[in-house]
Design a binder for this molecule. Structure first.
Ligand code: NAD
Length: 499
């Protein structure tokens, strides 16, 4: 099988780069190396940021209607290339094709939100705040912004950032995950085809070295990061220390509470989809089910049944519902955590550790796994597993369930399954989590709302996309102005002006 050279995209063209370091990219379903990724060096970083800086001012000055024409065209192109993008995602990430297409669709929603910028960016005007004086405020782009993204959504997460950053008049440098970098290049080509001037959207591949360069470089004005919590914290600390505006979204441990009054079939269907979809490699995956009171036995039996019925395999094949994990290291880690949980006393209801997919023996597969009677001290609870493992915790009351969730350091998403509006309302108001689902397992907000967790799931003041996205990529100006009549008395005074 031939190995593709994966290059950067700078100033509107592929750019092989000056750096000599390379990293292998795998097809996780087959275990084969499919790509050789060019990693940037300092010279590549400088070239990319210089191109972005040069493009930024004239793009910021481009009339909004012209910028919107590019956004609308880009929307059409992403839509018509959904299948192409999905195929690239599946080839490097492993998730099944229909799920990959769904990811593109959720990213597209943010492009559509960005198409409404003439409305969302409108300024404010106060007439006659003092005699002859008006005040108005409006927002301008930051300049050059960097987006550093994780492996698990190679199209959606870049589209959480770039459409709004670009629409608001910034130049954007995407540093995609080095594990599935190719989709970003198709996005770059689609931006160009949509008419975006060269240098406004760039892709720079790399690892820690490149990220550190972006976080500290004087030409970078803002940084959007999505990834694991330790790196999010590091990115936030480092980039703010270097004077940049930063939003850094981190990891998660999402709990779903199942009350005894819930429809347990519905809950089990949704828990299984939310725990095992995309092999559990979603920041909004449900990884902990908190079964309240006598819901537990029946829930565990039903979820176990569903887990066993899931077809695991190569995501390109029809009928496959769940693909492999991203790397062999990830597979080993998930299996190690399940083994530790069992040794520590958890009940292994469904065991996916030894799953082998026929014809794909070298793929990085772990089957759906259900652990019951998990305790808070176990690594299966402490760590973000990021694999197809559902841990079940048993508690007696809603109060106890809320205590468990609020004591967890993460606060990305959570859900409750219940038929009581009162219970749901109590839960929504009391949990210290940023995104909450009621009988909805993965409450990723629609694009006109912003996405963001609490606690160790987000560092910075802004959530991502939606209205917070517009605020993040712009800064406000307030103008106070007077146009006196000819020869009007100035009435200037040394006192602070007041009414
Ligand atoms: P990761 O933190 O390993 O990598 C994210 C990005 O950071 C990549 O571009 C990578 O190149 C870079 N990076 C990695 N190590 C670095 C280092 N030491 N210094 C500087 N940069 C570094 O995350 P991942 O494994 O690619 O993605 C999975 C994680 O992302 C999970 O923790 C998941 O919960 C999280 N995630 C969170 C959200 C959210 O919205 N909160 C969304 C998607 C994924």
């Amino acid at each position: 099988m031939s190995i593709t050279e994966i290059t950067h995209w700078v100033a509107g063209a592929e750019y092989p780069g000056h750096g000599t370091r390379r990293q292998d990219v795998f097809n996780p379903a087959t275990g084969e190396v499919t790509g050789s990724l060019h990693l940037a060096d300092g010279e590549d970083l400088q070239k990319t940021l210089t191109a972005a800086r040069e493009a930024a001012d004239s793009w910021a000055d481009t009339p909004l209607s012209k910028r919107m024409a590019v956004l609308f065209k880009f929307r059409e192109l992403v839509h018509s290339h959904t299948r192409d993008l999905a195929e690239i995602i599946t080839a490097e990430h492993g998730k099944v094709l229909s799920d990959a297409a769904g990811e593109v669709g959720r990213g597209l929603e943010v492009v559509e939100f960005a198409c409404a910028l003439p409305q969302t960016l409108k300024g404010e005007y106060s007439d006659q705040v003092a005699t002859g004086i008006d005040v108005f405020s409006f927002r301008q782009p930051l300049g050059v912004v960097a987006g550093i993204t994780p492996f698990n959504f190679p199209v959606m997460v870049p589209l959480w950032m770039a459409p709004i950053a670009v629409a608001t008049g910034n130049a954007f440098v995407l540093k995609p995950s080095e594990r599935d970098p190719s989709a970003s290049l198709l996005l770059a080509k689609l931006w160009k085809e949509a008419g975006l001037p060269d240098g406004v959207f760039n892709v720079l591949h790399g690892d820690k070295e490149t990220v550190d360069g972006l976080l500290t470089h004087e030409l970078v004005d803002g940084v959007s990061f999505v990834g694991s919590t330790p790196i999010a914290k590091y990115v936030h600390e480092t980039a703010t220390r270097h004077g940049k505006r930063v939003q850094a979204l981190g990891g998660a441990k999402n709990h779903a509470v199942v009350m005894p009054d819930a429809d347990l079939d519905l809950a089990a269907d949704h828990l299984s989809a939310a725990a095992f979809g995309s092999a559990g490699e979603r920041c909004m995956a449900i990884s902990v089910a908190v079964a309240v009171g006598n819901a537990a036995d029946e829930l565990v039996a039903k979820v176990g049944e569903r887990a066993q019925g899931i077809t695991v395999g190569d995501g390109t094949e029809d009928g496959v519902e769940m693909g492999p994990l991203i790397t062999p290291a990830s597979k080993d880690r998930v299996r190690r955590i399940v083994t530790e949980a069992e040794a520590d006393g958890a009940a292994l209801v469904v065991d996916g550790r030894e799953l082998v997919v026929e014809g794909r023996e070298e793929g990085f597969f772990v089957g759906p796994t259900v652990l019951d009677r998990v305790k808070k001290e176990m690594s299966a609870y402490q760590e973000e597993i990021f694999g197809p493992v559902l841990a079940v915790i048993r508690v007696d009351t809603l109060e106890e369930a809320i205590r468990v969730i609020n004591a967890n350091p993460y606060g990305n998403g959570t859900a409750i399954f219940t038929s009581s509006g009162y219970t749901a309302r109590t839960f929504k108001r009391r949990v210290t989590v940023g995104m909450i689902g009621v009988n909805v397992p993965i409450p990723v907000p629609a694009a006109q709302h912003s996405f963001g967790g609490w606690k160790d799931s987000l560092f910075g003041d802004h959530h991502i996309y939606g209205p917070d996205g517009v605020r993040f990529y712009t800064r406000g100006k307030a103008i106070t102005e007077r146009w006196p009549e000819q020869n009007e008395a100035s009435n200037a005074s040394l006192n602070f002006p007041s009414n």
